[in-house]
Design a protein around this ligand. Structure first.
Ligand SMILES: [Zn+2]
Length: 190
């Protein structure tokens, strides 16, 4: 039996993520080694495109994960986990907290190689604006720089910031010629 027909029967002719019945096709879950139904979901065009493109996410569409995350099928659970992680906001976080994946399934979910891990950590400035590597910011408070013996004044611009990978509240930037760690709550994106 082909992967398509296997998925067609497993899905009962519905998108396994949102339940839509139109334009269904096989979505192979990356990283793809061998094409098998166990490592794929049957998905409508909308789900397919958004799963395939991390930059294109219609949050409201993914309310459907409320249901599909409870699937018994590992492949569906993995994609639900990845999309919830990717969307990364308060309601998806609530669902993720409720979700339980066996260790090996969680490992698979994290093995996407498309930066899902990195997306869990998001740096935001004092206004909640997302900070990216290389952004410019302005200090909104006088900061005593420990060990360096100077105060970084409020209003000081810092260019080309570096995001600290394992801490969403820390960025690095050069002030007075020195690379220092700055708390995101004291900066504003410029
Ligand atoms: Zn769908």
């Amino acid at each position: 039996m082909s992967v398509e027909s296997e998925l067609e029967s497993r899905s009962e002719g519905k998108c396994e993520m949102c339940g839509d019945t139109n334009g269904l096709k096989v979505y192979d879950i990356p990283p793809i080694e061998i094409r098998t139904a166990n490592k794929a979901v049957f998905a409508c065009n909308t789900c397919w495109e958004q799963m395939d493109n991390p930059d294109d996410n219609d949050e409201n569409h993914w309310r459907c994960l409320n249901d599909s995350m409870w699937s018994e099928t590992d492949a569906i659970k993995v994609m639900a986990w990845r999309m919830l992680t990717r969307l990364n906001n308060s309601w998806t976080q609530n669902l993720l907290d409720m979700m339980y994946l066996e260790d090996d399934i969680l490992k698979w979910a994290k093995a996407s190689g498309e930066g899902v891990e990195g997306m869990i950590i998001i740096h935001k400035d004092s206004n909640g604006v997302i900070l990216n590597q290389g952004d410019s910011i302005v200090l909104i408070k006088d900061l005593d720089v420990k060990g360096a013996g100077f105060t970084a004044k409020r209003g000081t611009p810092v260019r080309n910031i570096n995001l600290v990978n394992d801490n969403p509240e820390h960025i690095e930037g050069k002030v007075n010629g020195q690379r220092i760690v700055i708390l995101t709550q004291f900066v504003k994106k410029s």
